[in-house]
Design a binder for this molecule. Structure first.
Ligand code: NAP
Ligand code: GDD
Length: 325
Protein backbone atom coordinates (compact mmCIF):
# COMPACT_ATOMS: atom_id res chain seq x y z
CA UNK A 1 0.00 0.00 0.00
CA UNK A 2 1.15 3.55 -0.74
CA UNK A 3 1.95 5.95 2.06
CA UNK A 4 -0.40 8.67 3.24
CA UNK A 5 0.67 12.32 3.23
CA UNK A 6 -1.04 15.30 4.86
CA UNK A 7 -0.15 18.69 3.35
CA UNK A 8 -1.08 22.06 4.81
CA UNK A 9 -0.87 24.98 2.37
CA UNK A 10 -1.81 22.67 -0.51
CA UNK A 11 -3.39 25.54 -2.50
CA UNK A 12 -0.13 27.52 -2.47
CA UNK A 13 2.86 27.39 -4.81
CA UNK A 14 4.81 24.70 -2.94
CA UNK A 15 1.80 22.73 -1.73
CA UNK A 16 0.54 22.24 -5.27
CA UNK A 17 3.92 21.08 -6.61
CA UNK A 18 4.43 18.83 -3.58
CA UNK A 19 1.00 17.23 -4.02
CA UNK A 20 1.83 16.48 -7.68
CA UNK A 21 5.18 15.03 -6.66
CA UNK A 22 3.69 12.82 -3.92
CA UNK A 23 0.98 11.53 -6.28
CA UNK A 24 3.71 10.58 -8.75
CA UNK A 25 5.33 8.56 -5.94
CA UNK A 26 2.08 6.67 -5.27
CA UNK A 27 1.02 8.53 -2.10
CA UNK A 28 -2.53 9.05 -0.98
CA UNK A 29 -2.64 12.83 -0.49
CA UNK A 30 -4.78 14.80 1.97
CA UNK A 31 -4.69 18.59 1.93
CA UNK A 32 -5.85 21.07 4.56
CA UNK A 33 -7.87 23.98 3.17
CA UNK A 34 -9.34 26.93 5.02
CA UNK A 35 -12.69 28.46 4.25
CA UNK A 36 -12.46 31.48 1.93
CA UNK A 37 -15.37 33.55 0.61
CA UNK A 38 -14.09 32.81 -2.91
CA UNK A 39 -12.49 29.34 -3.18
CA UNK A 40 -8.86 29.38 -4.24
CA UNK A 41 -8.03 26.02 -5.80
CA UNK A 42 -6.46 27.32 -9.05
CA UNK A 43 -3.08 25.63 -8.43
CA UNK A 44 -4.63 22.22 -7.71
CA UNK A 45 -7.56 22.26 -10.15
CA UNK A 46 -5.87 19.63 -12.34
CA UNK A 47 -5.44 17.14 -9.45
CA UNK A 48 -8.64 17.76 -7.48
CA UNK A 49 -10.02 14.33 -8.39
CA UNK A 50 -6.85 12.62 -7.07
CA UNK A 51 -6.54 14.25 -3.64
CA UNK A 52 -8.78 14.64 -0.59
CA UNK A 53 -9.32 18.10 0.87
CA UNK A 54 -10.09 18.50 4.57
CA UNK A 55 -11.40 21.69 6.17
CA UNK A 56 -9.22 23.37 8.75
CA UNK A 57 -7.11 26.33 9.71
CA UNK A 58 -3.76 26.65 11.48
CA UNK A 59 -5.43 29.03 13.94
CA UNK A 60 -8.01 26.41 14.98
CA UNK A 61 -6.66 23.58 17.15
CA UNK A 62 -9.74 21.34 16.94
CA UNK A 63 -9.81 21.41 13.15
CA UNK A 64 -6.22 20.18 13.01
CA UNK A 65 -6.93 17.31 15.38
CA UNK A 66 -10.03 16.40 13.36
CA UNK A 67 -8.19 16.52 10.02
CA UNK A 68 -5.29 14.36 11.24
CA UNK A 69 -7.77 11.90 12.74
CA UNK A 70 -9.35 11.43 9.32
CA UNK A 71 -6.10 11.31 7.34
CA UNK A 72 -3.98 9.16 9.72
CA UNK A 73 -0.88 10.23 7.77
CA UNK A 74 2.59 8.69 7.59
CA UNK A 75 4.03 12.09 6.65
CA UNK A 76 2.94 15.63 7.50
CA UNK A 77 4.18 18.61 5.45
CA UNK A 78 3.44 21.93 7.13
CA UNK A 79 3.57 24.46 4.29
CA UNK A 80 0.71 26.72 5.37
CA UNK A 81 1.69 30.20 6.49
CA UNK A 82 0.99 33.89 6.16
CA UNK A 83 4.01 33.86 3.83
CA UNK A 84 4.31 37.45 2.60
CA UNK A 85 6.94 39.44 4.50
CA UNK A 86 5.48 42.85 3.57
CA UNK A 87 2.05 41.92 4.96
CA UNK A 88 3.62 40.63 8.15
CA UNK A 89 4.56 44.22 9.07
CA UNK A 90 0.90 45.24 8.69
CA UNK A 91 -0.57 42.12 10.36
CA UNK A 92 2.08 40.97 12.83
CA UNK A 93 -0.26 39.28 15.29
CA UNK A 94 -2.08 37.29 12.60
CA UNK A 95 1.29 36.29 11.13
CA UNK A 96 2.52 35.13 14.54
CA UNK A 97 -0.73 33.17 15.07
CA UNK A 98 -0.54 31.36 11.72
CA UNK A 99 3.16 31.04 10.93
CA UNK A 100 4.39 30.69 14.54
CA UNK A 101 1.78 29.37 16.99
CA UNK A 102 0.14 27.49 14.10
CA UNK A 103 3.17 25.20 13.95
CA UNK A 104 2.82 24.43 17.66
CA UNK A 105 -0.88 23.67 17.16
CA UNK A 106 -0.10 21.23 14.38
CA UNK A 107 2.67 19.55 16.39
CA UNK A 108 0.27 19.22 19.33
CA UNK A 109 -2.37 17.69 17.06
CA UNK A 110 0.27 15.26 15.83
CA UNK A 111 1.29 14.42 19.42
CA UNK A 112 -2.34 13.54 20.21
CA UNK A 113 -3.32 11.78 16.97
CA UNK A 114 -0.25 10.37 15.17
CA UNK A 115 3.04 10.84 17.08
CA UNK A 116 4.80 8.28 14.87
CA UNK A 117 4.21 10.26 11.68
CA UNK A 118 7.11 12.18 10.13
CA UNK A 119 6.91 15.97 10.17
CA UNK A 120 8.30 18.61 7.79
CA UNK A 121 8.33 22.28 8.76
CA UNK A 122 8.64 24.95 6.04
CA UNK A 123 11.38 27.03 7.61
CA UNK A 124 13.02 29.84 5.74
CA UNK A 125 16.16 31.80 4.92
CA UNK A 126 14.32 34.80 6.45
CA UNK A 127 15.53 33.36 9.79
CA UNK A 128 19.02 34.62 8.88
CA UNK A 129 17.68 38.14 8.18
CA UNK A 130 20.51 40.47 9.10
CA UNK A 131 23.03 37.88 8.02
CA UNK A 132 26.03 37.04 10.16
CA UNK A 133 28.00 35.41 7.32
CA UNK A 134 27.80 34.76 3.60
CA UNK A 135 26.90 32.12 2.54
CA UNK A 136 24.49 30.95 5.26
CA UNK A 137 24.61 27.34 6.50
CA UNK A 138 22.69 25.31 9.09
CA UNK A 139 25.12 26.71 11.69
CA UNK A 140 24.75 30.41 10.86
CA UNK A 141 23.13 32.31 13.79
CA UNK A 142 19.61 33.65 13.18
CA UNK A 143 18.56 37.31 13.22
CA UNK A 144 15.05 37.64 11.77
CA UNK A 145 14.03 41.08 10.47
CA UNK A 146 10.24 40.95 10.27
CA UNK A 147 7.18 39.61 12.08
CA UNK A 148 7.20 36.85 9.44
CA UNK A 149 10.81 36.08 10.35
CA UNK A 150 10.21 35.90 14.10
CA UNK A 151 7.02 33.86 13.66
CA UNK A 152 8.99 31.37 11.57
CA UNK A 153 11.69 31.34 14.26
CA UNK A 154 9.08 29.99 16.67
CA UNK A 155 8.09 27.32 14.13
CA UNK A 156 11.72 26.34 13.66
CA UNK A 157 12.39 25.93 17.39
CA UNK A 158 9.04 24.23 18.03
CA UNK A 159 10.05 21.60 15.47
CA UNK A 160 13.48 21.11 17.05
CA UNK A 161 11.91 20.93 20.52
CA UNK A 162 9.28 18.32 19.65
CA UNK A 163 12.11 16.28 18.13
CA UNK A 164 14.24 16.58 21.27
CA UNK A 165 11.41 16.30 23.82
CA UNK A 166 9.24 13.56 22.34
CA UNK A 167 11.55 11.84 19.85
CA UNK A 168 9.47 13.08 16.90
CA UNK A 169 10.79 12.53 13.39
CA UNK A 170 10.53 16.28 12.76
CA UNK A 171 12.75 18.20 10.31
CA UNK A 172 13.18 21.81 9.25
CA UNK A 173 13.84 22.65 5.63
CA UNK A 174 15.52 26.07 5.66
CA UNK A 175 14.53 26.95 2.14
CA UNK A 176 15.85 29.99 0.31
CA UNK A 177 13.57 31.83 -2.13
CA UNK A 178 12.09 29.57 -4.78
CA UNK A 179 9.85 30.70 -7.57
CA UNK A 180 7.75 29.44 -10.48
CA UNK A 181 4.84 30.45 -12.68
CA UNK A 182 2.66 29.55 -9.65
CA UNK A 183 4.35 32.13 -7.41
CA UNK A 184 1.87 34.57 -5.83
CA UNK A 185 1.59 37.78 -7.85
CA UNK A 186 2.69 40.01 -4.93
CA UNK A 187 6.18 38.46 -4.64
CA UNK A 188 8.81 40.42 -6.53
CA UNK A 189 9.76 37.85 -9.21
CA UNK A 190 6.19 37.21 -10.30
CA UNK A 191 5.29 40.89 -10.01
CA UNK A 192 8.11 41.57 -12.48
CA UNK A 193 7.29 38.79 -14.97
CA UNK A 194 3.57 39.59 -14.85
CA UNK A 195 4.36 43.29 -15.32
CA UNK A 196 6.71 42.63 -18.23
CA UNK A 197 4.05 40.53 -19.98
CA UNK A 198 1.44 43.27 -19.48
CA UNK A 199 3.82 45.84 -20.97
CA UNK A 200 4.55 43.54 -23.92
CA UNK A 201 0.83 43.30 -24.72
CA UNK A 202 0.20 47.01 -24.20
CA UNK A 203 -1.86 46.44 -21.04
CA UNK A 204 0.46 48.50 -18.82
CA UNK A 205 3.28 50.96 -19.28
CA UNK A 206 5.18 50.65 -16.00
CA UNK A 207 6.08 48.42 -13.06
CA UNK A 208 6.41 50.05 -9.65
CA UNK A 209 8.86 48.32 -7.32
CA UNK A 210 10.72 48.93 -4.06
CA UNK A 211 14.37 48.20 -3.26
CA UNK A 212 16.16 47.03 -6.41
CA UNK A 213 19.46 46.43 -4.60
CA UNK A 214 18.35 43.59 -2.33
CA UNK A 215 19.93 40.25 -3.22
CA UNK A 216 18.24 36.86 -3.19
CA UNK A 217 19.24 33.25 -3.80
CA UNK A 218 16.44 32.20 -6.17
CA UNK A 219 15.74 28.57 -7.11
CA UNK A 220 12.99 26.69 -8.95
CA UNK A 221 10.07 25.56 -6.74
CA UNK A 222 9.40 22.07 -8.24
CA UNK A 223 12.99 21.07 -7.37
CA UNK A 224 12.67 22.38 -3.82
CA UNK A 225 9.61 20.28 -2.95
CA UNK A 226 11.60 17.16 -3.78
CA UNK A 227 14.09 18.19 -1.08
CA UNK A 228 11.22 18.31 1.46
CA UNK A 229 10.28 14.74 0.63
CA UNK A 230 13.91 13.57 0.78
CA UNK A 231 14.22 14.93 4.34
CA UNK A 232 11.35 12.71 5.50
CA UNK A 233 12.85 9.62 3.82
CA UNK A 234 15.97 9.78 6.04
CA UNK A 235 16.30 7.46 9.01
CA UNK A 236 17.02 10.41 11.30
CA UNK A 237 15.29 13.81 11.33
CA UNK A 238 17.51 16.86 10.85
CA UNK A 239 17.57 20.43 9.52
CA UNK A 240 18.81 21.34 6.04
CA UNK A 241 19.55 24.49 4.04
CA UNK A 242 18.12 24.26 0.51
CA UNK A 243 19.53 26.89 -1.86
CA UNK A 244 21.37 27.43 -5.14
CA UNK A 245 24.46 29.14 -3.68
CA UNK A 246 24.10 32.05 -6.15
CA UNK A 247 22.77 35.47 -5.29
CA UNK A 248 21.38 38.16 -7.62
CA UNK A 249 19.88 41.61 -7.18
CA UNK A 250 16.26 42.45 -7.98
CA UNK A 251 17.72 44.75 -10.67
CA UNK A 252 19.39 41.78 -12.39
CA UNK A 253 16.08 39.91 -12.37
CA UNK A 254 14.35 42.93 -13.93
CA UNK A 255 17.00 43.34 -16.64
CA UNK A 256 16.83 39.70 -17.69
CA UNK A 257 13.02 39.60 -17.63
CA UNK A 258 12.79 42.56 -20.03
CA UNK A 259 15.51 41.03 -22.22
CA UNK A 260 13.63 37.71 -22.53
CA UNK A 261 10.44 39.56 -23.42
CA UNK A 262 12.34 41.44 -26.15
CA UNK A 263 11.75 44.90 -24.62
CA UNK A 264 14.68 47.36 -24.72
CA UNK A 265 15.47 50.09 -22.18
CA UNK A 266 13.89 48.57 -19.06
CA UNK A 267 14.71 51.75 -17.12
CA UNK A 268 11.95 53.51 -19.09
CA UNK A 269 9.34 51.22 -17.58
CA UNK A 270 10.49 50.60 -14.01
CA UNK A 271 9.72 53.11 -11.25
CA UNK A 272 10.27 52.83 -7.54
CA UNK A 273 8.03 53.85 -4.68
CA UNK A 274 8.80 53.99 -0.95
CA UNK A 275 5.61 52.09 -0.21
CA UNK A 276 7.26 48.90 -1.48
CA UNK A 277 10.27 49.32 0.82
CA UNK A 278 10.21 47.44 4.12
CA UNK A 279 10.69 48.90 7.59
CA UNK A 280 13.67 46.54 7.91
CA UNK A 281 15.23 44.93 4.86
CA UNK A 282 16.97 41.60 4.43
CA UNK A 283 19.76 42.84 2.16
CA UNK A 284 21.45 39.66 1.05
CA UNK A 285 20.62 35.97 1.14
CA UNK A 286 22.91 33.30 -0.24
CA UNK A 287 22.71 29.70 0.97
CA UNK A 288 25.20 26.87 1.19
CA UNK A 289 23.37 23.56 0.69
CA UNK A 290 26.44 21.33 0.93
CA UNK A 291 24.80 19.28 3.71
CA UNK A 292 21.68 18.60 1.62
CA UNK A 293 23.87 17.52 -1.26
CA UNK A 294 25.96 15.23 0.95
CA UNK A 295 23.15 13.62 2.97
CA UNK A 296 20.08 13.86 0.71
CA UNK A 297 21.84 13.78 -2.66
CA UNK A 298 19.89 16.96 -3.52
CA UNK A 299 21.24 19.55 -5.93
CA UNK A 300 19.44 22.31 -7.87
CA UNK A 301 19.52 22.09 -11.68
CA UNK A 302 17.56 25.08 -13.01
CA UNK A 303 19.83 28.14 -13.24
CA UNK A 304 18.90 31.73 -12.44
CA UNK A 305 18.65 32.58 -16.15
CA UNK A 306 16.48 29.55 -16.87
CA UNK A 307 14.19 30.45 -13.97
CA UNK A 308 13.64 33.99 -15.28
CA UNK A 309 13.00 32.62 -18.76
CA UNK A 310 10.47 30.01 -17.50
CA UNK A 311 8.54 32.67 -15.58
CA UNK A 312 8.56 35.27 -18.38
CA UNK A 313 7.47 32.73 -20.97
CA UNK A 314 4.63 31.48 -18.75
CA UNK A 315 3.26 34.99 -18.20
CA UNK A 316 3.63 35.93 -21.88
CA UNK A 317 1.74 32.80 -22.83
CA UNK A 318 -0.97 33.48 -20.26
CA UNK A 319 -1.58 37.04 -21.47
CA UNK A 320 -1.38 35.79 -25.07
CA UNK A 321 -4.29 33.45 -24.33
CA UNK A 322 -6.25 36.20 -22.57
CA UNK A 323 -5.74 38.59 -25.50
CA UNK A 324 -6.95 35.99 -28.00
CA UNK A 325 -10.12 35.17 -26.10
P1 NAP B 1 2.04 30.45 -0.50
O1 NAP B 1 1.94 30.21 -1.98
O2 NAP B 1 1.81 31.80 0.04
O3 NAP B 1 1.01 29.41 0.19
C1 NAP B 1 0.66 29.55 1.54
C2 NAP B 1 -0.42 28.52 1.86
O4 NAP B 1 -0.78 28.65 3.24
C3 NAP B 1 -1.71 28.67 1.04
O5 NAP B 1 -2.17 27.40 0.67
C4 NAP B 1 -2.67 29.30 2.05
O6 NAP B 1 -4.01 29.00 1.80
C5 NAP B 1 -2.20 28.62 3.32
N1 NAP B 1 -2.64 29.31 4.52
C6 NAP B 1 -2.48 30.61 4.84
N2 NAP B 1 -3.01 30.88 6.05
C7 NAP B 1 -3.52 29.71 6.51
C8 NAP B 1 -4.21 29.34 7.68
N3 NAP B 1 -4.50 30.24 8.65
N4 NAP B 1 -4.60 28.05 7.85
C9 NAP B 1 -4.35 27.14 6.88
N5 NAP B 1 -3.72 27.44 5.71
C10 NAP B 1 -3.31 28.71 5.54
O7 NAP B 1 3.47 29.97 0.03
P2 NAP B 1 4.61 29.09 -0.68
O8 NAP B 1 5.50 29.99 -1.45
O9 NAP B 1 3.99 27.92 -1.32
O10 NAP B 1 5.45 28.64 0.59
C11 NAP B 1 5.11 27.45 1.31
C12 NAP B 1 5.69 27.53 2.72
O11 NAP B 1 7.11 27.64 2.64
C13 NAP B 1 5.24 28.73 3.53
O12 NAP B 1 5.17 28.31 4.87
C14 NAP B 1 6.35 29.74 3.37
O13 NAP B 1 6.38 30.61 4.47
C15 NAP B 1 7.55 28.82 3.32
N6 NAP B 1 8.71 29.28 2.56
C16 NAP B 1 8.53 29.71 1.26
C17 NAP B 1 9.64 30.07 0.52
C18 NAP B 1 9.51 30.53 -0.91
O14 NAP B 1 10.46 31.14 -1.43
N7 NAP B 1 8.40 30.24 -1.58
C19 NAP B 1 10.92 30.01 1.10
C20 NAP B 1 11.05 29.54 2.41
C21 NAP B 1 9.92 29.18 3.12
P3 NAP B 1 -4.99 29.97 0.93
O15 NAP B 1 -4.84 29.50 -0.49
O16 NAP B 1 -6.31 29.70 1.52
O17 NAP B 1 -4.50 31.37 1.11
N1 GDD C 1 7.27 41.82 -2.89
C1 GDD C 1 8.02 42.82 -3.38
N2 GDD C 1 7.43 43.78 -4.15
N3 GDD C 1 9.34 42.85 -3.08
C2 GDD C 1 10.09 43.85 -3.61
C3 GDD C 1 9.54 44.84 -4.42
C4 GDD C 1 8.14 44.81 -4.69
O1 GDD C 1 7.59 45.65 -5.39
N4 GDD C 1 10.54 45.67 -4.81
C5 GDD C 1 11.66 45.21 -4.26
N5 GDD C 1 11.40 44.11 -3.52
C6 GDD C 1 12.38 43.35 -2.73
C7 GDD C 1 12.00 43.15 -1.26
O2 GDD C 1 12.31 44.35 -0.51
C8 GDD C 1 12.87 41.96 -0.91
O3 GDD C 1 14.17 42.40 -0.58
C9 GDD C 1 12.95 41.17 -2.21
O4 GDD C 1 12.46 42.04 -3.24
C10 GDD C 1 12.17 39.87 -2.24
O5 GDD C 1 10.84 40.11 -1.82
P1 GDD C 1 9.69 39.01 -1.98
O6 GDD C 1 9.66 38.50 -3.36
O7 GDD C 1 8.46 39.59 -1.41
O8 GDD C 1 10.22 37.78 -1.11
P2 GDD C 1 10.94 37.72 0.32
O9 GDD C 1 12.38 37.41 0.08
O10 GDD C 1 10.61 38.87 1.17
O11 GDD C 1 10.23 36.46 0.98
C11 GDD C 1 10.05 35.25 0.24
O12 GDD C 1 11.16 34.40 0.45
C12 GDD C 1 11.32 33.95 1.80
C13 GDD C 1 12.58 33.06 1.81
O13 GDD C 1 13.71 33.86 1.90
C14 GDD C 1 8.74 34.60 0.73
O14 GDD C 1 8.44 33.50 -0.10
C15 GDD C 1 8.86 34.10 2.15
O15 GDD C 1 7.69 33.35 2.49
C16 GDD C 1 10.09 33.17 2.22
O16 GDD C 1 10.26 32.67 3.52
Amino acid sequence: MGKIAFVTGITGQDGSYLAEFLLSKGYEVYGLVRRLSVPNTRNIEHILDKITLLDGDLTDQGSLIAALTVAQPDEIYNLAAQSFVQTSFKQPVLTAEVSGVGVVRLLEAMRIVCPDARFYQASTSELFGLVKEVPQTENTPFHPRSPYGFAKLMGYWATVNYRESYGFHASNGILFNHESPRRGIEFVTRKITDGVARIKYGLANEIILGNLDAKRDWGYAPEYVEAMWLMLQQEKPDDYVIATGETHTIREFVELAFEYAGIDNWEKYVKTDQKFYRPAEVHVLCGDSTKAHRVLGWKPKVTFKELVRIMVEADLERYGRIMQS
